[in-house]
Ligand binder design. Structure first.
Ligand code: 2HG
Ligand code: ZN
Length: 485
């Protein structure tokens, strides 16, 4: 039997140079140590890494990027490894290094006058939120994976999440970034300016580039005042049309109060309550769909509770919602959010599933759900559509769980059929095939049809200009160029 050498055994000199730069604690090469960095949360991709490199600061990161550039070593930046599209998983060649930012994990400063926070890439989103809260502010970015997702990845993927409709996504909340570029040079863009019209917005190019143009090391994030009152309510609705009416009512009354507006299908909710311990829907009867509404205000004098009761009462009277419960305590509010946040985990436990992280203009959400549900049922009888997500900003996770009893592999073999079916409807409704999860290695094949022509050509030019050797997260975002294209 021949035993092939581990990737690191094939390049001992390089590993020694990395170790000189980072010390032994900064370099992992044993397969047992690197394994968890080489597969994704969804278990869709399984790669191999030459090494996992863990720099402790920007200077160390810049030094290893320079070395990789010199030796043509492809680099895969990785934060909390929570990508839904394989965006942080190395390929199977064993030539790539994973660059893990976990050791760069300091909240450097919070400026209470400027309402900003300076935070390093390896800080988890949850830790950044907590630090902001302890200082009396709110970092309004909130996503299901916030306990593991790290700020570098959150920015690199322009994460959105639950509060986008009120506060914007990562892009809107970021004033400045520092990043190591593909040649190892450092972009010193840690500026905290609201106005700065000085040429191309490199910061914005790096945000959402999914690590293909450079590695974000530190960022200046805008904070908001902490709400003094928050009311969360779970509403039962007959369908997404009713949910849209509820959104209309809330916005007509006071759009500034609406902090989250999350849709959940009855099917998705059934999966959560049956597969996740400690979850129950605190409403009388099972509904075809639900909306989790959160209203919040920083004003001390606003009687938000009374307002919430009044507006939901009106929705009940008008038959927009069929039932509702308002959280009576912080614990109950957390319980309502658990029902929403555990959707992804429940679907993972239910078997194989195909995710469609799509967005459409918010008024088209009901039509999207109706048409995509019918089209997928026609494609695979017994398929379980469980759409949920950030309806307030038009971003629906149109996820489909395998039919009960079907072979998971056979279901996953139909992934592209399902994704293309949903995407066709999304395109028809002027939407996007990836609203917040990015493109990663799962969806580059969709780029020519959606972003072709001048847009994709410009992206390729930018990539070639900044990363001429294609060493930064290769194979992600951009599809391979066709010969002659
Ligand atoms: C969420 O909103 C995440 O919970 C995950 O974006 C969505 O599992 C998904 O598709
Ligand atoms: Zn989401």
């Amino acid at each position: 039997m021949t035993v092939s050498p581990s990737p690191a055994q094939a390049a001992p000199d390089l590993i020694a140079r990395f170790t000189d730069l980072l010390g032994p604690v900064g370099v992992l090469v044993d397969a047992t140590d690197t394994a968890s960095f080489c597969t994704d949360w969804r278990d869709l991709y399984h790669g191999r890494a030459l090494a996992v490199l863990r720099p402790a600061n920007t200077a160390e990161l810049a030094a290893i990027v320079r070395l990789c550039n010199e030796h043509d070593v492809p680099m895969v930046p990785q934060g909390g490894n929570t990508s839904m599209v394989g965006g942080a998983t190395p390929d199977g060649s064993g030539r790539e290094v994973v660059i893990c930012l976990t050791r760069m994990n300091r909240v450097r400063a919070i400026d209470p006058a400027d309402l900003t926070m300076e935070v390093e890439a390896g800080v988890t989103l949850k830790a950044a939120q907590d630090a902001a809260r302890e200082a009396g502010f709110m970092l309004p970015l909130s996503i299901s994976s916030e306990g593991s997702a790290q700020m570098g990845g959150v920015l690199a993927t322009n994460a959105g999440g639950n509060n986008t409709l009120r506060y914007g996504n990562a892009r809107e909340l970021t004033l400045g970034v520092e990043a190591v570029m593909p040649d190892g040079s450092v972009f010193h863009g840690l500026r905290r300016l609201r106005k700065d019209n000085t040429g191309y917005a490199l910061r914005q190019l790096l945000i959402g580039s999914e690590g293909t143009l450079g590695i974000i090391t530190t960022a200046i994030i805008q904070l908001h005042p902490q709400p003094r009152a928050i009311e969360a309510a779970l509403c039962a609705v007959d369908d997404a049309d009713a949910a849209l009416k509820l959104l209309g009512l809330l916005r007509a009354r006071d759009p500034a109060l609406v902090q989250a507006f999350e849709f959940m299908s009855g099917t998705g909710m059934d999966l959560v309550t049956s597969l996740i311990a400690g979850t129950t829907v605190p409403l009388g009867e099972r509904a075809p769909a639900y909306v989790l509404v959160e209203l919040a205000t920083p004003r001390p004098d606003a009687d938000l509770r009374e307002y919430t009761e009044e507006v939901l009462g009106e929705a009940l009277e008008e038959g927009i919602i069929t039932d509702a419960v308002i959280a009576e305590s912080e614990g109950q509010r957390a319980g309502l959010w658990k029902l929403r946040e555990e959707h992804a985990e429940a679907q993972r436990r239910a078997g194989a599933s195909v995710k469609n992280d799509v967005s459409v203009p918010v008024t088209h959400v009901p039509e999207l759900i109706r048409r995509a549900t019918a089209a997928c049922a026609a494609l695979i009888p017994g398929i379980r559509p469980a759409p949920f997500g950030h309806m307030g900003d038009g971003n629906i996770h149109f996820n489909l769980v395998q039919p009960e009893g079907m072979d998971p592999a056979a279901f996953l073999a139909r992934s592209h059929d399902i994704m293309d079916t949903v995407a066709g409807i999304v395109k028809d409704l002027d939407g996007s095939f990836s609203a917040e999860h990015g493109v990663g290695q799962l969806k580059p094949y969709m780029m020519p049809a959606w972003r072709g022509g001048a847009e994709l050509a410009a992206m390729r030019h930018i990539k070639a200009a900044l990363d001429p050797k294609d060493l930064m997260n290769p194979g992600k975002v951009l599809p391979p160029a066709q010969p002659g294209a």
